[in-house]
Design a protein around this ligand. Sequence first.
Ligand SMILES: [Mg+2]
Length: 225
Amino acid sequence: MNKLALFDIDHTLLKPSKVHHESFEYALREVYGIKGKMHDVNAHGLSDRLIAIKVLKMHGVKNNLIRKNLDKAMKVMQEYYSKNMRKEKLIVEPGVKKLLDALQKKGVMLGLITGNLQSIAMDKMRHLGFDKYFKFGGFGSDGTKRKDLVKAAIKRAKLCGFKKKIKNVFVFGDTPVDISAGKANKAVTLTVGTGHYSLFRLKKAGADFEFRDLTDTKKILDVIV
Ligand SMILES: [Mg+2]
């Protein structure tokens, strides 16, 4: 296996999850006593930890208190999510299953690269039966900066036999942050217009390829294999 494709979750593989947002709000209310929402800040492409820090700051929580209780808040969030999974109605973006099947068939190693905490990301994958595609990744629980999440995913791929060479890591995402994180790790960046950014904005942000969505399996395969 000498190709690695890393996929963002929200707005790339799936539409954002309602229960995930609820878990975030629940954790901040329980641990910090504030009514904060993910949407209080521009959360596009950010890790759950970083979104929490930004929201808490916005609500006037002091830095030392944020730091002291953040691990606990993330734990509460994960527990709430797994407890409430049954309420979850995940929607897969167009073309995803066909593309993942095709990449797997071609022997491309697949991984996640997401700001979601690891247990939440993997709960989502299992819920959809996508754990047959994704066994590892770089997650929001690995750090706050997205480029570090890509690095963590590549490191885990290496443990599974992947050998990094020039242009054999492909990062899929829907935001300029996904692009810069991919570039920082010398990955080829493939972006989709299924999030909040137009293809024009993504191109301007330096994406190597822009697609309306993931339906054009052949065109995407041509980039990777
Ligand atoms: Mg995204």
